[in-house]
Design a protein around this ligand. Structure first.
Ligand SMILES: Cc1ncc(COP(=O)(O)O)c(C=O)c1O
Ligand SMILES: N[C@@H](CCOP(=O)(O)O)C(=O)O
Length: 430
């Protein structure tokens, strides 16, 4: 498989080079040259395959030639070593829990897939590589955990100071070793801008080999398509067409779902549910992309004003607004609505959602109002314990700390404050 730059001013590259570069030299996101269509016989029998077998079929074409099948299998065995249960909420709605991994958010699959891919590519290299990552909460912890101790890789995480939850901050600042955290005076978008500026900085790139572990990196982005396949894997046959509501921030997860759909998964429609950071819902109403600075919300990991992956979504729909409209609805919700939804789900179904999942639920509910004949799944993207304050204040209930979280609670948070790109550059060069 070759990958091209969406800015179309850089050479096509292999999976290996796309992963190592992170972003193309012309500043564009990499995109697969073609999307393989999976055999109908495979799609119709997803329930009969194991998660690793599904992962092999779906991911092999994307890494082909750079990662041998045996190695890919061993990577997938490590990446998919936890469950992704589909839980019914009511007669029309289920939720796919993506939080049973080591950092309890959906980022664990992509982060570990990328870490293991890079570890494989770096196995005989002497040169060190620096993985730069911007986080609004969950990517940082997942990347820190996934890359901890990986030979030849240093990780630098940028997060917006005071805008991530206490547990999220602990997950990205307490591991030590090859993981460093920088707390930025600004928003997630400022962090992401600094990361992108670093990639465009020739003097920096001459001294440090940089890559990104955000979903701009194909190794972080593409494996997320497996969630959608694993949902069908749990459905009784024939599953029929489903709609997916995806709580969205940087739009990597929903975009990976759209890749799965193009590969043959029978998804009838997507809902991108956002908090008040509504750049995409506004675009879907006006066809004008007009990013606003992000606003802090209780679903903080989605506080993104200028989502990186939206260009990939446009590419998947050949930049045709009409065809995008047929496949995607997008709605935004306030914190008040989110809390009301958390209460409603808890009182009606005894199910505790985190604020991100609750936004996904609201998006699905809204869509089903005008499509009562359809059934849908909203993705529960993080464990509610990661947002303990909001959840206990809203639902007046306690959540016991799972062992994954307990182990970071008594550790010291270590991070350096920065406010400008020059400070980041100085940090990377010393
Ligand atoms: C818990 C949670 N939900 C939803 C999102 C949004 O996902 P995406 O950025 O892929 O749209 C994130 C962060 O990305 C997250 O951490
Ligand atoms: N919500 C994310 C923001 C970055 O998203 P990514 O998927 O592009 O890494 C976070 O939790 O950091």
């Amino acid at each position: 498989m070759k990958y091209y730059s969406l800015n179309r001013k850089a050479p096509k590259v292999s999976y290996r080079t796309a992963v190592i570069n992170g972003i193309a030299p012309d500043g564009g996101l990499y995109f697969p040259e073609h999307l393989p269509v999976l055999p109908k016989s495979f799609i119709n029998k997803l329930d009969r395959y194991s998660s690793v077998e599904i992962g092999m079929e779906a991911m092999a074409p994307f890494v082909h030639k750079d990662i041998p099948k045996k190695e890919l299998e061993s990577i997938l065995e490590k990446v998919l070593d936890f469950d992704f249960p589909l839980v019914p909420i009511d007669a029309h709605i289920s939720t796919l829990e993506l939080f049973h991994g080591p950092t309890m958010a959906f980022k664990d699959v992509g982060a570990r897939f990328m870490a293991l891919s890079l570890g494989y590519f770096n196995r005989n290299e002497e040169k060190e590589i620096t993985v730069l990552v911007a986080t609004s909460g969950d990517t940082g912890g997942a990347v820190a955990n996934g890359f901890l101790g990986v030979k030849g890789v240093n990780v630098v995480i940028l997060y917006p100071d005071g805008k991530v939850s206490d547990i999220q901050e602990r997950q990205l600042t307490t591991l030590g070793q090859n993981i460093k955290a920088l707390r930025v005076q600004g928003t997630f978008d400022d962090c992401q801008r600094m990361v992108k500026k670093a990639f465009a900085d020739k003097t920096l790139k001459g001294s440090v080999q940089l890559t990104s572990a955000n979903s701009i990196n194909v190794a972080r982005w593409l494996p997320q398509m497996l969630y959608y396949m694993l949902a069908y894997h749990q459905k009784k046959k024939p599953a029929g067409e489903l709609v997916f509501s995806v709580p969205s921030g940087n739009f990597g997860n929903i975009c990976a779902g759209m890749v799965a759909q193009k590969m043959g998964l029978p998804i009838s429609h997507f809902i991108a549910a956002t908090n008040v950071n509504d750049t995409v819902p506004r675009f879907m109403n006006t066809s004008e992309y007009d990013p606003h600075p992000s606003t802090a919300t209780i679903s903080n990991a989605m506080d993104v004003g200028d989502p990186s992956n939206f260009v990939r979504i446009l590419e998947l729909h050949k930049n045709d607004f009409k065809s995008l409209k047929q496949n995607l609805s997008s709605y935004s919700f306030t914190d008040k609505e989110t809390k009301e939804a958390m209460k409603k789900i808890y009182s009606e179904s005894k199910y505790i959602t985190d604020p991100h999942g609750a936004v996904g639920y609201l998006g699905l509910k809204k869509y089903l109002e005008s499509h009562p004949d359809r059934k849908g799944i909203f993705l529960e993207t993080a464990h509610p314990v990661k947002f303990l304050d909001v959840v206990s204040e809203t639902l007046h209930t306690d959540i016991p700390l799972p062992p994954q979280i307990e182990k970071v609670m008594n550790k010291n948070k270590i991070s350096l404050p920065i406010s400008t790109y020059d400070e980041l550059k100085e940090f990377l060069l010393t």
